[in-house]
Ligand binder design. Structure first.
Ligand code: XMP
Length: 517
């Protein structure tokens, strides 16, 4: 495996993504605990990430000496390059303003790092971070790639197998970066691609069996990809010791509940309790217009309904479940250095099935803890979950309630469901679904005048939204062409009673959020 030591770069996770794409397992450890990580993982190679600090600052982060002492190959990126330089006896000069930008590196000498990718004497685009820079390399190092503003762009010690770059190979703006990382992993460290989803599946099945023994596991299914993949995997491991509970809040999209329940019961034969709590949820949301209160109400009711159901299951004579299954992913467990941990403003109180364990005092089974989202999708495919389900856009825990500004009623839900289904169908027909991170409709509490046939209408406005994003943290609106929007709007107005006007949301995030509430 590969150990990635995190010095706080915003893009450390991308290094892990690229390494795993080469079929090799890796973990990210913060530099403060890198000694433990090195000890535990016993990696065959190490990568130092970039970071925001300056090595010239007293007390700035350093890599563990044990890593150098072990003799394993190291790839050191940006801040990593600088800390390696000072730790091995070179020097670094500060005082340059940190700045990201495109640069061209000229290759001066061949190296296994770019074998088969870059040729000597040519120039290649990379994404550089200008800030502090190395001014004298440690003994044994040699510059093999250079650029105008970064004389030490690529500086290596082939004998010790230490490779350092001032640019970031992990970002997409370094087009050949993924292949350079693959060369490091395969040619230099010598690891073969054995991190596959079928291997992971077999390994996790064994781990789940060992962890759970003969006890029972409860899983709250949300209808999303993560909890579904976790449930199918756990069922493969322990069969009917698993009980899934689907709390139906009545806020799902058209046909969605039927799809989830059908898939679990009929396709996978997994015991599933479908709790129809829609009257309870919709009843309490009817007179409530405040977005935060809506979110909190949904979160509270969900826990109440789930707990009541858990008590019922415990009374079926087969003993109380002692484990709760969770679809926690790797990005949620990485202790990122860049995470400030300081007080931050709550923009929205998130509801998903993840808030349960604190209350329920159960042990956790988290078979996806080591995976990134796209790896979860790959595992889902491996487990035979249909592509149409796996490739779906994210859907928020509070469901359609936060896509209906104002109080929630069955009538409004009905209009929104029909309109949204048409919108999504048109997106699929146009072949755009997979280019979009998330697309959905919002039914506005606004009525406007229209004319249909010879008559006057006074109906609601529907807003369409579609965004591109990498992680949901930032987003751009999707640039549909107007013909597409016109077609979708015409169909919605003609086919959905209650909507007579359609608008498109062109707000990015920030300053907007993706959802409207
Ligand atoms: P915002 O609206 O905050 O959304 O820009 C970012 C992403 O998170 C999703 N979202 C949620 N997901 N529970 C969830 O599981 C929630 O309460 C929730 N609120 C927003 C949203 O759909 C988008 O993908």
């Amino acid at each position: 495996s590969i150990l990635i030591i995190d010095f706080g770069s915003q893009v450390t996770q991308l290094i892990a993504r690229r390494v795993r794409e080469t079929g090799v397992y890796c973990e990210i450890w913060p530099y403060q605990k890198a000694d433990d990580g090195f000890e535990k993982l016993r990696p065959k190679g190490v990568i130092f990430s970039g970071g925001p600090d300056s090595v010239t600052r007293e007390g700035s982060p350093r890599a563990p000496e044990a890593v150098f002492a072990s003799g394993v190959p190291i790839l050191a990126i940006c801040y990593g390059q600088q800390t390696m330089a000072v730790q091995l006896g070179g020097s670094v000069e500060g005082g340059h303003a940190a700045e990201f930008g495109r640069a061209d590196v000229e290759i001066l000498k061949a190296s296994p790092l770019f074998e088969g990718i870059w040729e000597v004497g040519k120039r290649y685009p990379v994404w550089m971070s200008h800030g502090d820079r190395v001014t004298r390399a440690p003994d044994g190092f040699e510059i093999i790639g250079t650029s105008e503003n970064a004389p030490f762009a690529i500086c290596v010690d082939e004998a010790r197998r230490y490779y350092t770059t001032m640019f970031h190979p992990e970002v997409v703006h370094t087009p050949d970066g993924g292949r350079l990382l693959a060369n490091f992993v395969h040619r230099i460290v010598g690891l073969t691609s054995d991190w596959t989803m079928s291997a992971y599946r077999a390994e996790m099945v064994e781990k789940i069996r060992a962890q759970v023994g003969t006890e029972r596991v409860l899983c709250a299914l949300s209808g999303g990809v993560d909890s579904s993949v976790a449930a199918v995997l756990i069922h493969e491991a322990i069969g009917d010791q698993l009980t899934c509970v689907y709390v139906d809040h009545g806020l799902m999209r058209l046909g969605e509940t039927e799809q989830v329940v059908g898939m679990f019961r009929d396709h996978f034969n997994i015991p599933l309790v479908h709790v129809d709590a829609s009257d309870l949820f919709i009843g309490q949301l009817e007179g409530e217009a405040d977005p935060e209160t809506k979110r909190k109400t949904i979160g509270r009711l969900f826990i109440e309904v789930f707990e009541a159901q858990a008590r019922k299951i415990a009374e079926d004579g087969k003993g109380a479940p002692s484990f709760l299954a969770q679809g926690t992913l790797y990005p949620d467990v990485i202790e990122s250095v860049s995470f400030s941990g300081g007080p931050s403003v709550t923009i929205k109180s998130h509801h998903n099935v993840g808030g349960l364990p604190e209350r329920m005092n159960m042990k956790l089974v988290e078979p996806l803890r080591e995976l990134f989202k796209d790896e979860v999708r790959a595992l889902g495919r491996e487990l035979g979950i249909p592509e149409s389900f796996i490739g779906r856009h994210p859907f928020p825990g509070p469901g359609l309630a936060i896509r209906l500004p104002g109080g929630v009623t069955r009538e409004k839900l009905d209009i929104l469901r029909k309109a949204d289904a048409i919108y999504i169908e048109e997106i699929r027909k146009a072949g755009l679904y997979d280019q979009i991170w998330q697309a959905f409709s919002v039914l506005l509490p606004v009525q406007t005048v229209g004319v249909m046939g010879d008559g006057r209408t006074y109906d609601r406005v529907l807003a369409l939204r579609a965004v591109t994003s990498v992680d949901g943290m930032t987003a751009d609106f999707f640039p549909f062409d107007m013909t597409f929007l016109g077609r979708a709007a015409t169909r919605i107005i003609n086919e959905v009673k209650g909507v007579n006007r359609v608008v498109y949301d062109v707000t990015s995030k920030p300053p907007g959020t993706i959802e409207w509430e």
